[in-house]
Design a protein around this ligand. Structure first.
Ligand code: GLC
Length: 473
């Protein structure tokens, strides 16, 4: 089967969050299962772009109203990611360091989608299926169905995978003329709540809708930032498929970013060596339990609760635990977290920024991983931490609920229900007690390390849906 994934992120080319990890891994597993898989994404000014060889396989112009943007399609030469990678180069719009956050993001991602489709229809073969990811690619299913110049794709199934329904890519009808020509009888399809809503458009037009966990699919029927009723309407073509992880990249036995590799056989010793390295780097106490947070410092991830929860946990258990935070995001949260540094020196530290290598060391060297998310469509960090023998402490929401079960119910982690400082601190207290009971602690770590969260296990579920929509042609 010939599959196209179209996405704004893909690890290791450009990463902001978990979307990149999924689009960097799922295609590889599909490719290795015998399918021909291509990933198409914008060409940002990243290290990967500079350090790798590309060949220009197509060029053209995107017309956005009165604007005209030349573009190139660049193919990575070696297929070293184990799938074919294509970058859509639109220098004026994407030759920048960041993936998102610019005033012209609407123009950027619309041009990207148009350039990608222009190239796809110009090729000899039509793909069997086009899998779009999140709102940045949400207009593609509409354009395939209704835009005159993409008529050739009218009968090609498209699927939207929703990694985060909070972000929907809305814009005003004043920009309607940016879209390639289509019969205005279909203009209503673009509308949700008086705007053009890219995610809503994809949900309406795609032949199938998937979310990144089954529980998240249930949740968005009653909480989806205004799209609840739409999700209810399309249940017949929706499915929640739990994400997997790339168990080649995420393997404590071979991970080159660790101080010491380890497996189920020697994890106690292996984890301790990584912990010592980490504690050395961050001036923490390796004899005390180490709680870490890795991720974007946003309300959605419960980041705003971390400063207060950390201060409370540290003052109640002074010197009985360590907390380490790696992440960036909201500037107020970053400042609040840094303001605790002087009070809890020796037991608390932060690294404000993104550092993939450090993240690996933290998964290996920590005892517990904090994930107090308000919204977590799937969450990958809890799966990485389970694989590295680190016990996740999660709020029961989205995919966290699908993957983490409280140790009180013979599970693999520690769970709480509220996104509140009180609930986080209560869980931390339970973890501190558990840490003293090494036999139970190790048993729970083992359960986590033994769980198979590999894409190998779930990759077929995607293929099954593709087959289902192909059969409806
Ligand atoms: C988004 C979601 C996260 C999910 C990831 C990959 O970042 O917030 O929960 O794991 O996408 O699907």
């Amino acid at each position: 089967m010939e599959i196209f994934h179209i996405s704004a992120e893909c690890y290791p080319v450009a990463k902001v969050g978990g979307l990149a990890d999924v689009v960097g891994a799922l295609p590889k597993y599909q490719n290795n299962a015998g399918h021909r898989v291509r990933v198409v994404m914008p060409c940002y000014d990243t290290k990967f772009r500079k350090e790798n060889e590309f060949e220009c396989v197509h060029w053209g112009h995107v017309k956005l109203g009165n604007f005209n943007f030349p573009f190139n399609i660049l193919k990575e030469q070696t297929d070293k990611l184990e799938f074919e990678l294509y970058l859509v180069e639109i220098p004026e719009l994407f030759d920048r360091k960041e993936v998102y956050g610019y005033e012209d993001d609407i123009e950027r991602f619309l041009s990207f989608q148009i350039a990608a489709l222009d190239w796809i229809i110009g090729r000899n073969e039509i793909p069997d299926v086009i899998n779009c990811h999140d709102h940045h690619t949400g207009l593609i299913p509409f354009m395939m169905l209704y835009c005159d110049k993409y008529q050739k794709l009218q009968n090609t199934p498209s699927m939207i995978t929703i990694h985060n329904g909070l972000y929907q890519g809305q814009f005003g009808f004043d920009k309607l003329y940016y879209l390639p020509e289509f019969d205005l009888a279909h203009v209503k399809v673009l509308e949700w709540d008086n705007c053009i809503n890219s995610l809503a458009v994809a949900i309406k037009c795609a032949w199938a809708v998937t979310t990144v966990s089954p529980n998240y699919l249930n949740e968005i029927n009653y909480s989806a930032n205004g799209l609840e009723s739409l999700f209810n309407l399309v249940r017949y073509k929706s499915k929640g498929i739990l994400n997997g992880i790339d168990v080649e990249v995420w393997d404590p036995a071979t991970d080159a970013m660790l101080e010491k590799n380890y497996s189920l056989k020697n994890f106690e010793k292996g984890k301790q060596e990584n912990k010592e390295k980490l504690c050395n780097l961050f001036n923490l106490d390796p004899s005390k339990p180490l709680f870490s947070f890795i991720g974007r410092l946003l309300e959605e991830k419960g980041g705003d609760l971390l400063p207060h929860a950390s201060a409370l946990a540290l003052s109640e258990n002074f010197q009985e635990l360590n907390i380490l935070i790696l992440g960036s995001g909201n500037a107020v949260i970053e400042t609040q977290l840094n303001s605790l540094l002087s009070d809890y020196k020796g037991n608390y530290n932060t690294f404000i920024g993104y550092n993939e290598e450090l993240a690996h060391l933290i998964y290996a060297g920590s005892d517990f991983l904090l994930m107090p998310s308000r919204v977590e469509p799937c969450g990958l960090n809890q799966m990485y931490s389970l694989r590295y023998g680190t016990i996740p402490i999660v709020r029961r929401t989205g995919g966290l609920k699908d993957t983490v079960i409280d140790f009180g119910d013979d599970g693999n982690g520690i769970c709480h229900d509220q996104a509140s400082v009180g609930d986080i601190c209560y869980s931390i207290q339970r973890a501190v007690d558990l840490y003293d009971d090494k036999k139970s602690l190790n048993k729970i770590r083992e359960i986590g390390m033994k769980t198979d969260h590999s894409w190998g296990r779930v990759c077929q579920e995607y293929i099954d849906i593709y087959n289902l929509i192909i059969s409806k042609k």
